[in-house]
Design a protein around this ligand. Structure first.
Ligand code: ADP
Length: 255
């Protein structure tokens, strides 16, 4: 069970976006996927959900390739783009359309509106949504099929402090039900708030795969120091030099 990424590689032209990447995401906990912008997180996620064809290796969900799933939205909920709803459509109508097209029961629409705190915004057109509200609507759509696996690309981006507290509660509750929850972020400070475990990549390669407490446990070490140390270890391991950290690569607030 869970997500298995096995020797995954993806080449665009001469560039390897992801190279020989292997890790597993366990059900029953919230796993963060961390790396600076351009590290290969989206490429990995697209490969997991069948939107990219890997150059090498494979990615499986509960032991099966996504494209082989018979009813994907009942098994895997994804949010890859918080602004995917049609701008002129009200949130509730967007949910109704997805539910109707996939044969989900109508009562589930109110349930996901409740789970994502969208009650007061349900009749607002998606084009008027803030990024944070768009994240909630994306998650509402992802939950419609009551899937066992949830995969979210940068879901904390755009949330205010209330939104961060809400997403932490929601993702922990879903994980406590035994589901697989996998979310990406380029900020360790974000993941430290919501994740139990973290898989770190840099330049398309695995840097760390550890409980979040382990990365941030040393007394006095800030999140930023933990992140820089991870990146430095990985670069030195490959015989390289540590360059200047990318702005916004660690810690701090917002994107
Ligand atoms: P992240 O999600 O961690 O920001 P991405 O997976 O988007 O990283 O990108 C990883 C690398 O692959 C980057 O160097 C990016 O420019 C490159 N890349 C991603 N998608 C494409 C594409 N469709 N065509 C060419 N290069 C791409």
């Amino acid at each position: 069970m869970g997500i298995q990424v096995q020797s995954l590689g993806k080449q665009y032209g001469k560039t390897w976006a992801v190279r020989d990447l292997s890790f597993e995401v366990q059900p029953g906990k919230v796993t963060g996927f961390l790396g600076p912008n351009g590290a290969g997180k989206s490429t990995t996620i697209r490969s997991i959900v069948g939107l990219d064809r890997p150059t090498t290796g494979r990615a499986l969900i509960d032991g099966v390739r996504y494209v082989r799933l018979r009813a994907p939205l009942r098994e895997v909920g994804t949010v890859l783009d918080a602004r995917s709803a049609h701008r002129s459509r009200r949130a509730v109508d967007h949910l109704r359309t997805v539910a109707a097209t996939h044969g989900f029961r109508a009562a589930r629409i109110d349930e996901v509106i409740g789970l994502t705190g969208l009650e007061s915004a349900a009749r607002v057109r998606a084009g008027k949504f803030s990024l944070g509200m768009g994240q909630r609507l994306g998650i509402a759509v992802a939950l419609l099929g009551d899937p066992h696996t949830l995969i979210l690309d940068e879901p904390v981006n755009g949330l205010d402090p209330d939104g961060v507290a809400w997403i932490r509660g929601l993702l922990s509750a879903l994980a406590a039900e035994g589901r697989t929850v996998f979310l990406s972020s380029h900020l360790l400070s974000e993941l430290a708030l919501v994740a139990d475990h973290v898989v770190v990549i840099g330049r398309g390669e695995l840097i760390a795969d550890a409980p979040i407490a382990e990365l941030t446990s040393d007394a006095g070490r800030t999140l930023e120091e933990a992140y820089l140390r991870l990146t430095r270890d990985a670069v030195e391991y490959r015989g390289g030099q540590v360059g200047e950290p990318q702005p916004g690569a660690a810690g701090g607030s917002g994107a």
